[in-house]
Design a protein around this ligand. Structure first.
Ligand code: BTN
Length: 228
């Protein structure tokens, strides 16, 4: 079930309201533009440009809290796989072009009821035709392949719904296959070291000078190739 709107404040807000009214698992809201698009860590997501993807999918599963981050990884897998082989994922779920610039970000918001997951809204923004004027951002069309934002949005929703049902280890292997993070030297907040793996709950496992560290959330900075 897909709701298309021309302009809205945030598809995540629309999806949450729809989920509260009883929208089923897999229902999605797609907008051509957003006036108040939200990003991770309280940032805004530039959403004025048409020709990009702004969508939110409602996932209604009784997952344990530790399974929820895997649904966010699933969204990044869906975008990277639809974008093409050359696109990678920076932990947890930024999709990067081959030159390392960001083409997509994901904002997941959970609603809990008496300690159980009521639903999860997974918001996906993809710069299909246009990117913000930042040195760190680019668009899919910059690779020379023309793409239609509506088709891309539908394909991402379909693939996300399929990937999110995979057993955890299979899902994590699909993420690993697209990782632009594992094996790289990273900095996440105070933690610096080599990103070695993702844990069963989606945490990033970093080998630091003082030993292994689990990182649950944050912004990864890729600071070089692992060569030692
Ligand atoms: C990030 O900071 O990287 C995450 C960006 C997520 C943006 C998408 S666009 C569709 C959905 N609606 C929002 O307000 N945010 C997400």
């Amino acid at each position: 079930m897909l709701r298309s709107v021309d302009v809205t404040a945030s598809t995540n807000d629309d999806a949450r309201a729809w989920a509260r009214e009883g929208a089923p698992h897999g229902a999605a809201v797609v907008a051509r533009r957003q006036t108040a698009g939200r990003g991770r860590l309280g940032r805004r997501w530039e959403s004025e440009a048409a020709g990009n993807v702004y969508l939110s999918v409602i996932l209604r599963r009784r997952w344990e809290p530790s399974r929820v981050p895997l649904a966010c990884l699933a969204a990044a897998i869906a975008v990277a796989e639809e974008a093409g082989e050359a696109y990678g994922i920076k932990w947890p779920n930024d999709v990067l072009a081959p030159d390392g610039r960001k083409v997509s970000g994901i904002l997941a918001e959970a609603e809990w009821e008496g300690g159980e997951l009521a639903f999860l809204v997974v918001g996906v923004g993809v710069n299909v035709s246009a990117a913000p004027a930042l040195p760190t951002a680019t668009s899919l069309c910059a690779d020379g392949t023309p793409r239609d934002a509506d088709d891309f949005a539908r394909a991402v929703v379909r693939r996300l719904i399929e990937v999110v049902e995979l057993p955890s280890e299979v899902l994590l292997d699909r993420w690993r296959a697209r990782s632009a993070t594992l094996g790289r030297r990273v900095r996440v907040g105070e933690v610096e070291g080599v990103a070695e793996d993702v844990d069963t709950d989606g945490a990033l496992l970093v080998r630091t000078a003082t030993g292994p560290t689990r990182v649950l959330a944050g912004d990864v900075e890729l600071i070089g190739r692992f060569d030692s």
